[in-house]
Design a protein around this ligand. Sequence first.
Ligand code: NI
Length: 388
Amino acid sequence: MPVLNRIAAATEEISAWRRDLHRFPELMYDLPRTAGFVAEKLRAFGCDEVVEGIGRSGVVAVVRGREPGRGQVIGLRADMDALPILEQTGLAYASSLPGTMHACGHDGHTAMLLGAARHLAETRAFAGTAILIFQPAEEGEAGARAMLDDGLLERFAPEEIYGMHNMPGIPVGQFAVRPGPIMASTDRLEIFIDGRGAHAAKPHQGVDPVLVGSAIVMALQQVVARNVDPLESAVVSITMFHAGVVENVIPQTAELVGTARTLKPEVRAMLQQRLPAIVEGVASAYGATARLNWVDGYPVTANHPAQTIFAAQVAAEIVGTDKVDANVAPMMGAEDFSFMLEARPGAFIFIGNGDSAGLHNPRYDFDDAAIPFGASYWVRLVEAAMPL
Ligand code: NI
């Protein structure tokens, strides 16, 4: 079964929703227009329940199949937030808010799930119940966790949850997924170095935190080279280095900020133990003190094996087996759908966005040609998981 006919016929309309969302991007939890747009559409489609304000600005819709008592409860999740980026696409429907942009395609994700919602509400060719989850704040503030903390699972009881993200570089009309880790954990590293300030002409009277910080940056790179199993994955990047205000003063302190990413909890735990030890040890060797503040970000996004096989089968139904990579290489980017996959079995799948600019790039745009594939995938996932 290729793209569903009704979805194909609705592609232009779903694209129009996507472009409307694109013109009015909103950030993090502050999504009054976007969440309002979503809730209004869901009500108009005749969903059985539409609940707003879950996880502050998340929206959840319930669509019951024809035999809700018999089937499962399946959750489908899309994200709604944009990014603080100045759009440079020059598109007719480009962001009307300078400095805010849908540069990760969440406008497309939202529109595709809305398209699926309408189809499911109109046809209800499934048993059980579909839960449509529109979340805020994927871009760094853990909107998925906020929805979980706000009782998403208790109130709507999804037994499995599925997610989808567009991926530049994968052709439109193709999907990619893998069992196990598909996206990395990401944690923030904050390093505070205390040296001893001095006149720049008398370095021997001070303890130079710039030098200490440089040594720490170098030493931290060796953790990946010498503590991580060569067959495992990790990234340690120091991306900010702040110290000093003038050329003739050795500063008293320095501050480093960076990111640590892994694909396995045990590698993450090792970094969490090794990085502070190195920071403290290197500083001590120079006569300075330093401490590392580890700020938990998103955990590893780990797909569950059975649900991954099922997701790949559904995708293959839409686009053909040869257009589904069921064992794609994982990515070191992160995704807060990880919290949902920690709580319930499910799978996170990539949908091709073709040869577009990369995610989070000011020239990126979601490819509307992907809409019929993504929306059909959602519909068939529900129908195949809970057949009549
Ligand atoms: Ni994204």
